[in-house]
Design a protein around this ligand. Sequence first.
Ligand SMILES: Cc1cc2nc3c(=O)[nH]c(=O)nc-3n(C[C@H](O)[C@H](O)[C@H](O)COP(=O)(O)OP(=O)(O)OC[C@H]3O[C@@H](n4cnc5c(N)ncnc54)[C@H](O)[C@@H]3O)c2cc1C
Ligand code: FES
Length: 277
Amino acid sequence: MSFSLIHIPDYSDCFNLIIEVRNDVMKFDAQDCILVGKYRLAQTVFDFRLRNAELAQITKPGQFAHILVPGKTLRRPISICDVEGDTLRIVFEIRGDGTRILSECEVGDKINIIAPLGKGFDIPQDKKIVFIGGGIGVPPMLYSAKQAGNDSVVINGFRDKSAVILTEDFKKIGCRLVETTDNGTYGIHGFVTSPLEEIIDEIDMICACGPTPMLKNISRLAKEHNKPCFVSLEQRMACGVGACLGCAVGIKRDDGTVTYKHVCKDGPVFNAEEVAW
Ligand SMILES: Cc1cc2nc3c(=O)[nH]c(=O)nc-3n(C[C@H](O)[C@H](O)[C@H](O)COP(=O)(O)OP(=O)(O)OC[C@H]3O[C@@H](n4cnc5c(N)ncnc54)[C@H](O)[C@@H]3O)c2cc1C
Ligand code: FES
């Protein structure tokens, strides 16, 4: 694929990013949202409500926002956790400087984002789907599970009780919710793969987001039981729109060789069978 950058203003500015890919011009608008709600869900996990009616209308499950953090040149990618009316919801964990500065934003502040980015989950209405989230991979499963029928199942796994988030939100959408903790301090003791093994023959499809070892194990189980499985991958990102080639992930070709795709543009959601784990 060939591409050329027509115009990238200073990343720290709030202007537009325009990229030409195979003669198609893709325009990515950076837009201001107003932070209208800020909640702390766990010691280092924050829940932000960002008002922007235009973006809320077009966001699909599994897509992400590339967020400008005050004082940082590179944006930070955060999944859209939910959409409610004219408001996007993001839930993020403080992992480093960028997310710490973001967590210090206050209600009423403007937050500049490029969104919605990436290819999310396709949620067929006639399938029984199990949505699996691990740790900070749980938030994007909320909007995804909301799109599915009521007989879908959600399995969320956390390190321990102090890390458990979004329980009431998942209960509200009416799906069957199973929660696990690695150390047994809350819910079922163990990894998400144990309850998955119990129900895997009843379901039609798996959607998952979380740490790579978890996704790899889910993918192996899906293959053994011949179930379609889609995983949302995480990769360090710079541009977020397919221009810097920084977020490459190995994808298997039909002949068994490996090619590279980009998590920001071709993903973050991939068919688990294609991923070169
Ligand atoms: C598609 C996608 C969706 C994500 N969704 C969420 C979410 O919903 N909630 C959440 O808490 N986290 C999410 N993350 C991870 C989040 O982007 C990182 O935790 C964050 O960028 C770390 O930035 P930092 O400045 O705090 O950390 P630092 O480590 O100081 O960051 C330094 C640089 O590395 C990049 N970086 C560091 N870790 C990651 C990472 N894991 N992934 C991508 N870039 C990284 C940052 O963008 C920055 O450029 C997502 C990542 C991706 C790729
Ligand atoms: S982050 Fe630049 S290509 Fe994906």
